[in-house]
Structures are given as C-alpha cells and as structure tokens.
Design a protein around this ligand. Structure first.
Ligand code: G4P
Length: 193
C-alpha cells in the first residue's frame, strides 16, 4: 500500500454510494508531504517521457501539478474554469459536464501557455467519468500539443473514465484505484505485480 492508499483507508469518508470525501488531506486541507510524495511517484512512472509541461484543472489539481512539475523541472499550467473577460479570444477552451456535480462548465487555457511543441502530462485529483480528461484532451488537440500521459491521484474504478482512457491507449497511471464503496467500506484495487 502506498502513502495515498493508506491515507484513504485511514481518513477517507464515503458519502452516499459513490463520493469519497478526502477534504482532510486533498480537497480542502492539504497534506503537503503526501502531495510531494505523489509528485515523486508520478515522476518515477513518467520520467522517461519528454514531458515539458504539467497540465491540470483548477482547483484541487493545482497542488499535485506543482509538486509533479517541480520534479520534472518544468512549468505547471492549470486550465481555468469559466469565462474570463480579460483573456479575450486568445484561449483554447472546452465544455466539461460534471456528472458528480450535475453541471456543465467551460475550461480555458491561454494560447500563450500551450503550443504545438509541448509534451504534456495531465494530472488531477480524481478520475470518475473522465469528463475533465476529455476536455483537457480537446484543449491539447486544439493547441496541436502532445499528450504524453495522465497521472491521477484517486481513480474511481467503478466509474467508466479509467477504462475509456486505457482502451484508447492513453498511458494512465493512478496512484490509488477505489473499486468499491459499499456501505461505507472502501475497497482498493490490488497492484499488479
Ligand atoms: P470526471 O471529470 O472524471 O468526469 O469527474 P466528475 O466530472 O464527475 O467530477 C467533477 C468534480 O468532482 C471534480 O472536481 C472531481 O475531482 C470531483 N470528484 C469526482 N468524484 C469525486 C469523489 O468521489 N470525491 C471527491 N472529493 N471529489 C470527486 P472539481 O469540480 O474539478 O472540483 P475542484 O478541483 O475545484 O475541487
């Protein structure tokens, strides 16, 4: 069990049937040492790829992106949510529908910070249905950049996002995969040997 998996088992709280509350170390209060370790783990897995930019979506992805980018020695860029008057039309953008929250929102990245020469690692805190990843891939494609891989802290293995991305041949590495959350009990996927 890695540090994130231990933390999920010790402190994660199941809300309803399919929400894992991890506010106490990831989504509100941040366990900085744990996030630093995640950055190291993503670096260890993706280090042989020519990654020159780490991309995420605000807000909870930012800390993970920063520690990962620090290890690679590259910038972290976060997609902003919603329209921003001050950026004009100089942006790439995509519509994302959040099944968890039941709302649609737009994510944008300024053209200055993503170009066809970029080799991108996308990182995020959760992977559920994969809608945020789809939106980010649209933005990467608009920029003509290359997606080198996706690093996720917590994949919810009982939702379809992870499978859809792996079927498309995307190099997806999740630090913890939650396979089940029945009656408040969390079941993590065993690591492949
Ligand atoms: P998807 O991108 O994989 O399709 O996921 P979805 O739209 O369903 O998720 C929308 C938001 O809900 C995301 O945060 C995601 O991180 C979060 N989320 C999904 N499942 C869980 C869960 O089980 N527990 C928690 N704590 N969050 C979950 P967001 O809207 O981008 O918010 P934030 O980054 O500003 O925190």
């Amino acid at each position: 069990m890695n540090a994130l998996e231990r933390k999920i088992m010790e402190q994660g709280v199941v809300v309803g049937k399919d929400i894992l509350k991890v506010d106490m170390f990831l989504n509100h209060q941040i366990d900085v040492e744990l996030i630093r370790q995640m950055g190291e783990d993503f670096y260890a897995y993706f280090r042989n790829k020519p990654i020159n930019k780490v991309l995420t979506v605000e807000a909870s992805g930012i800390a993970i992106a920063c520690f990962t980018a620090l290890k690679f020695g590259v910038p972290a860029v976060f997609a902003k949510k919603g329209y921003h008057k001050n950026v004009g039309s100089n942006v790439y953008s995509a519509e994302v529908f959040s099944f968890t929250k039941g709302i649609s929102y737009r994510i944008t990245v300024m053209k200055d910070y993503l170009t066809k020469d970029d080799h991108v690692l996308f990182v995020d805190d959760f992977l559920a249905n994969g809608a945020a990843a789809e939106g980010i891939m649209q933005i990467i494609s608009q920029a003509g950049a290359t997606l080198e891989g996706i690093g996720i802290a917590i994949e919810k293995g009982f939702q379809p996002g992870g499978e859809k991305l792996r079927e498309r041949g995307i190099d997806l590495y999740s630090l913890a995969i939650v396979d089940q959350m029945e009656e408040g009990k969390i079941t993590l996927r065993e690591h492949e040997q």
